[in-house]
Write a protein that binds this ligand. Structure first.
Ligand SMILES: [Zn+2]
Length: 323
């Protein structure tokens, strides 16, 4: 029987369960709303039911579930006890891994969702990526993961790779984690309005910026992207600033780790053509030139399924996760 992974991308909005084969092909998907307001025990019960349903479906297709991989939106130490989960606050202190292993009869592995996305990228594009790289995902916030010499670097408490909380403006706005001036409050979907404020401060005017002034809370990165494609000067300037801020944050990463490559994914990476050219010139102002000149900055290959494939990599690229 061909072996498959039962793969879960847990988010604050959706619980995505899938069956994934060893080549990274997604064979079946089950989607349900997370509804975190139900409380942890009900969400946990939905999760284990979804896993069991996927296992039954896999077996009915003549496939053997080898293990369960879960990408979780939070941080936990190696013992699997959750230390932080901004979207699932009542999960903090929960011995998640122990509870899963008591409920599911096949091997279960859990990893932070951004770490999973980094592992997924490494698994699927291994021949094309160096064994050391830093991964960054740009979505509603900013996540990150560090692959060092072929292994995920989790850090002492599983909190390594929190690139979104690198400060870029000591007196800037506060992030959801309560810190001031993180890159996440600028170069992310949530941060976009702060960044637009910076562009307006420069005295830039454009149809996109005028529309923003009228309906600021509902402006999305997609709106900005569409405007940039229409040559809106304000939207173009916005993405330049977006890339410049990323460059400042990534300079800190490069100064500590000197990786050969940085890989950037997440849904805002769709606007790559507009922000990517501004990253390196900004980064160079804060690093040694010979380091920046040899650094590769590339767009992630995995798109919307990065979470699911990242969770599957906990089963199929296990050597990259084990200590
Ligand atoms: Zn922060």
């Amino acid at each position: 029987m061909p072996g498959v992974a039962v793969s879960i991308d847990m988010g604050g909005t959706n619980l995505r369960v899938a069956i994934v084969d060893e080549k990274g092909e997604i064979l079946c998907r089950i989607l349900q709303p997370t509804k975190p307001e139900r409380g942890r025990s009900k969400v946990f019960a939905s999760l284990t039911e979804g896993i069991k349903e996927a296992m039954v479906k896999a077996k009915a297709k003549g496939l053997e579930p080898l293990g369960v991989g879960i990408g979780f939106p939070g941080v936990f130490a190696d013992d699997g006890v959750i230390l932080g989960a901004p979207q699932l606050s009542d999960w903090v202190g929960f011995a998640f891994l122990d509870a899963l292993r008591a409920a599911i009869e096949i091997p279960v592995f859990v990893e932070n969702d951004a770490n999973c996305a980094a592992l997924g990228e490494y698994w699927i594009f291994r021949g094309d990526l160096p064994d050391t790289f830093v991964f960054m995902t740009l979505g509603s916030g900013i996540g990150g993961g560090v692959i060092l010499q072929g292994k995920l670097w989790r850090g002492y408490l599983g909190s390594a790779g929190e690139i979104g909380h690198i400060p870029v403006e000591p007196n800037g706005p506060f992030c959801g984690g309560g810190h001031q001036g993180c890159i996440e409050v600028f170069s992310s979907a949530v941060g976009l309005k702060n960044l637009i404020g910076r562009v307006l401060d420069e005295g830039v005017a454009s149809p996109f910026l005028s529309a923003f002034k009228e309906r600021s809370p509902t402006v999305t990165p997609k709106d900005a992207y569409e405007a940039a494609k229409q040559d809106d000067f304000g939207a173009r300037r916005l993405f330049e600033r977006f890339g410049e801020y990323l460059g400042i944050a990534l300079a800190s990463v490069v100064n500590v780790l000197n990786p050969p490559a940085i890989v950037i994914g997440g849904n805002i990476a769709n606007a790559w053509e507009f922000f990517a050219p501004s990253i390196l010139p900004s980064l160079k102002r804060h690093t040694f030139p010979y380091v920046a000149e040899r650094l590769k900055i590339r767009k992630a290959g995995l798109g919307e399924d990065a979470g699911i494939l990242g969770a599957a990599s906990l089963i199929f690229a296990k050597e990259a996760c084990l200590p």
